[in-house]
Design a protein around this ligand. Structure first.
Ligand SMILES: Cc1cc2nc3c(=O)[nH]c(=O)nc-3n(C[C@H](O)[C@H](O)[C@H](O)COP(=O)(O)O)c2cc1C
Length: 372
C-alpha cells in the first residue's frame, strides 16, 4: 500500500542512537531545521522517530515480520509509524565501525513497511564521520527492499559539533537539502512499486487477495466498507441501532489501539476485514465484513479462520456475536464449529456463539504469505 495517498510525501527521520547523553537528537534537530523550509515548499511532511522513545525491546515477535502478524503493541505502533512514511533519513552514529544495535533491531522488527521506500543516511563519528556505520546499514536496508540514495551527509564530530550542537555551514546545509531533494525524487518515482507491497495470500479462496494488519491509511475505506456491510444487518434485524453504522473514523482509529484489525484487498481494493482481541481466556472476534459484491466466494469463512488462527496461546475459545435475525451469519458460524453460548456482554437482540480453540486447530489452515 502506498503509505500516503495524498500528493504529499512523508519523510521519517530516525534518530538511531539511544544512550543517555547521546549526540543523536542534536544532529536530527539540525537536519530537520535545515530542510524544513525546502520540505514545506515541496509538499513534504517531516516526522521524527527517536528510537529512544520508540523503546523497542530486543526483537520479541515469534513470527517472521514478513507475515505482518504482530503479537505486541510496541511492534504494531512501530509498524504504523514506518508504514506511514514514504522515505527515511537515518541519523546514525558509528559504534565500533558499524551501526548501533538499536538501529539494526528497529530494522529487524518489520518487513513490508520498509519496502520500496528510499533511505538516506546522515552519519556522524570521529575520523570516519560515521561512514562505516552507513555502509553497514546499506547492506541491511537493501534486503528490506529499501532503496539507499547516493546523497548523504557525513559529520566529523570534531569539525562540526560545538557545545553539543551542529555548527552548520553553507556547505553542510546544502548537503542536507540535497539529501531531501534526492530522497523526494526517488520516493515519488517509487510510488507505483509501493502500491503492491502487501503479502499476497497463497491459500485464499480467490486469487489476487492480499492480507495485512490495518493501518491508519486504511481507515477511510474501512469505514465505508463497514457502513455498507451493516446496512444489510440493519435490514435483516429491522433496526438502525447498530454501533457499526454510527461509528466515525475517529472511533475506528481509537479501536486500532485495542483491537487487531486485518484488511483483505483484491487488486488494491478493500474487500473484507475483521478484528479480534484477547479478553482473559476469550479471543473476541468481531466486525467480520465482506463487500457485498464479493460475498459467496468463501472470503468470509477464510478470513474468520485466519482471525481464529491469530488467537494467543493463553486463550481457550473464540467468541463472536451477531444479530439474532442474521440467519445466514449464524449458520455460517455454526458450520465453522461455533455453538450458541450464554449471552454475556452483547447488545440486545444479539446471539453469542463460541468455539473451543482445540476445534479450530483441527481445521488448521496454513495461511501462506511469502517468507524470506
Ligand atoms: C560504543 C561506542 C562505540 C564507538 N565506536 C566508534 C567508531 O567505531 N567510530 C567512530 O568514529 N566513533 C565511535 N564512537 C564515538 C561516537 O562516534 C561518538 O561517541 C558519538 O557521539 C556517538 O553517537 P551518540 O552520542 O549519538 O551515541 C563510539 C562511541 C561509542 C559509545
Amino acid at each position: 500500500m502506498s503509505s500516503n495517498s495524498s500528493g504529499d510525501l512523508r519523510v521519517l527521520v530516525i534518530t538511531a542512537s539511544t544512550r543517555p547523553g547521546r549526540l543523536g537528537p542534536a544532529i536530527t534537530d539540525w537536519f530537520v531545521r535545515t530542510v524544513r523550509p525546502a520540505a514545506a515548499s515541496d509538499a513534504i511532511t517531516v516526522d521524527v522517530a527517536d528510537l529512544a522513545d520508540v523503546a523497542l525491546p530486543l526483537l520479541d515477535e515469534p513470527e517472521h515480520p514478513a507475515h505482518g502478524s504482530y503479537r505486541h503493541e510496541h511492534t504494531r505502533r512501530w509498524s504504523r509509524t514506518v508504514a506511514a512514511a514514504d522515505a527515511f533519513v537515518v541519523v546514525t552514529p558509528e559504534y565500533n565501525f558499524g551501526m548501533p544495535a538499536a538501529l539494526k533491531n528497529a530494522f529487524d522488527f518489520l518487513y513490508h513497511e520498509w519496502a520500496w521506500k528510499p533511505v538516506a543516511f546522515v552519519s556522524y563519528g570521529n575520523t570516519s564521520a560515521g561512514t562505516r556505520s552507513a555502509q553497514m546499514a546499506k547492506q541491511v536496508v537493501t534486503t528490506l527492499r529499501m532503496m539507499p540514495v547516493g546523497a548523504t551527509v557525513a559529520l566529523r564530530i570534531a569539525d562540526t559539533v560545538h557545545d553539543g550542537q551542529v555548527a552548520g555551514s553553507a556547505a553542510l546545509d546544502a548537503a542536507a537539502r540535497a539529501v531531501l531533494g534526492e530522497l523526494s525524487r526517488v520516493a515519488r518515482a517509487l510510488r507505483p512499486l509501493r502500491g503492491g507491497t502487501d503479502p499476497t495470500v497463497v491459500d485464499a479462496p480467490v486469487t489476487g487477495l492480499t492480507l495485512r494488519e490495518a493501518q491508519a491509511g486504511d481507515l477511510a475505506e474501512l469505514l465505508v466498507l463497514q457502513r455498507c456491510c451493516w446496512v444489510q444487518e440493519a435490514i435483516v434485524n429491522d433496526t438502525l441501532d447498530l454501533v457499526p453504522l454510527r461509528e466515525t473514523i475517529d472511533d475506528l482509529r481509537a479501536s486500532l489501539e485495542t483491537w487487531r484489525w486485518w484488511c483483505v484487498r483484491r487488486d488494491g481494493r478493500l474487500v473484507a476485514a475483521v478484528r479480534a482481541r484477547a479478553q482473559e481466556r476469550a479471543w473476541l472476534i468481531g466486525r467480520l465484513m465482506v463487500a457485498p459484491d464479493q460475498a459467496g466466494n468463501g472470503i468470509g469463512s477464510w478470513l474468520l479462520s485466519y482471525a481464529e488462527g491469530q488467537a494467543p496461546e493463553q486463550t481457550t475459545h473464540c467468541t463472536l456475536f451477531t444479530g439474532h435475525r442474521s440467519i445466514r451469519n449464524i449458520s455460517r458460524y455454526e458450520r465453522a464449529g461455533y455453538t450458541r453460548t450464554a449471552t454475556g456482554d452483547i447488545p440486545p437482540d444479539s446471539v453469542r456463539l463460541s468455539k473451543p480453540r482445540t476445534l479450530q486447530l483441527t481445521g488448521a489452515v496454513q495461511h501462506g504469505v511469502p517468507v524470506v
